[in-house]
Design a protein around this ligand. Structure first.
Ligand code: CTP
Ligand code: CA
Length: 227
């Protein structure tokens, strides 16, 4: 496996990766966001690069450095991420959507800082577009589209439902309530489900190893990039 991974088996493959959370502004100083740090997506981008791929990384805000040899597009909001993904999708063979996109954004973005008042504050949130649902309407059949599913219960059922609903080739499911999986840690415990009914349950691995195992699965998909 390690020897295989040192091969440039993704040369001539163009991989688009999304990573991190999105920030949804409420006013100039406040945002709605989530606990994603981008580590999983950055690991995928670096693994694909090391295997010879041409990599574009669409990354939400965060502290992670820009990986060398990767085209980095920084975005803040889900709407910006959607525009960056849809604009770049046609030039790529593989999309790996590791980002934790905020499902909602504040309905109103106040132009100046909201001052506190007596009593509670009610903030209206509106739905963000589901980027993978839009991708499913624009993708070519030769492209490989991979989603991630962060779940805290009914992991398999929820992940398979997302795989079908979003017409994905694969979904990488992880139980973010488990120690050693999910946000802000360097390891992950995932199962990779395929549209063909396959399920690959991986042991606890570094995010980099998860990324390489995912790339192995993508490379071995008949009729796609690995053929
Ligand atoms: N996703 C997306 N656009 C969104 C929300 C999610 O493209 N607005 C993508 C994520 O990048 C991920 C996959 O969809 O690859 C699954 O995200 P997840 O949050 O687990 O699923 P949701 O469909 O948003 O469902 P829920 O949060 O209700 O579980
Ligand atoms: Ca979601």
């Amino acid at each position: 496996e390690a020897v295989l991974n040192r091969r440039r088996d993704f040369a001539d493959v163009r991989v688009l990766v999304t990573a991190g959370a999105t920030w949804e502004p409420f006013d100039p100083v406040r945002i709605l966001s989530n606990r994603s740090t981008g580590k999983m997506g950055y690991a995928v981008a670096e693994a694909a690069r090391d295997r010879g791929a041409t990599v574009t990384l669409v990354a939400g805000p965060g502290e992670l450095r820009s990986p060398e040899g990767v085209r980095l597009i920084r975005v803040e909001t889900a709407l910006e991420m959607r525009d960056a993904v849809l604009a770049n999708l046609p030039m790529h063979d593989v999309l790996i959507k590791a980002a934790a996109v905020s499902d909602y954004r504040p309905a109103v973005v106040h132009p100046s800082k909201v001052k506190k008042a007596e009593g509670p504050l009610t903030v209206e949130l509106v739905r963000n577009p589901d980027i993978l649902m839009e991708v499913s309407r624009h993708r070519r059949p030769d492209q490989v589209i991979v989603g991630f599913a962060a779940e805290t219960e009914d992991v398999e059922k929820n992940a398979l439902e997302k795989l079908r609903r979003k017409s994905l080739d694969y979904i990488v499911a992880n139980d973010v309530s488990m120690a050693g999986a999910g946000f802000a840690v360097d390891t992950n415990i995932v199962t990779i489900y395929g549209r063909d009914g396959t399920a690959l349950a991986l042991p606890p691995l570094s995010k980099r190893e998860v990324a390489d195992r995912l790339l192995d699965v993508i490379r071995d998909t008949p009729g796609k990039v690995g053929a």
